[in-house]
Design a protein around this ligand. Structure first.
Ligand code: ZN
Length: 141
């Protein structure tokens, strides 16, 4: 609903028509105060939402990493079973590589298995090298 105000004014002379009045009201827009209130509200919502997004992303990465650790542990156990290794045997990535599917890396910045995870012996749980304090398997009961 676009109106040409200058042509309407010219057509009716000095007497403004009801159509022109409506047109002026539509073109009024927002005052500075209204815009500032809207910006302030958006800012407040962003302050509430952003830490939650960050936390959700961190939790998702942690859970994905723990899932990787479980897969690694499973691969180590499978390898030990297949190769007849005892619990104290040393295990390396090349030993269990064929038991893992795809490129297993920590979702928080890992690029290779070597910079993401550490495996030592068959009975020791694999650990995440990126975040060893939080990315860890829950203790066994
Ligand atoms: Zn990790």
């Amino acid at each position: 609903m676009k109106m040409n105000i200058s042509s309407l004014t010219r057509h009716n002379g000095n007497q403004p028509s009801p159509t022109l009045k409506a047109g002026r009201k539509l073109l009024r827009g927002f005052t500075l105060i209204e815009i500032m209130i809207v910006v302030a509200i958006i800012g407040m919502l962003a302050t509430l939402a952003i830490p939650n997004f960050m936390k959700a992303r961190e939790t998702a990465r942690k859970n994905a990493c723990i899932s990787n650790l479980r897969n690694i542990e499973g691969a180590v156990q499978q390898w030990a079973l297949d190769m007849n290794k005892d619990e104290g045997s040393t295990v390396t990535y090349s030993d269990i590589k064929s038991y893992l599917h795809g490129n297993v890396v920590c979702p928080d910045g890992g690029t290779t298995f070597q910079d993401s995870y550490s495996i030592t012996t068959v009975d020791a749980a694999p650990t995440c090298l990126r975040h060893p304090d939080t990315h860890k398997l829950p203790p066994e009961n």
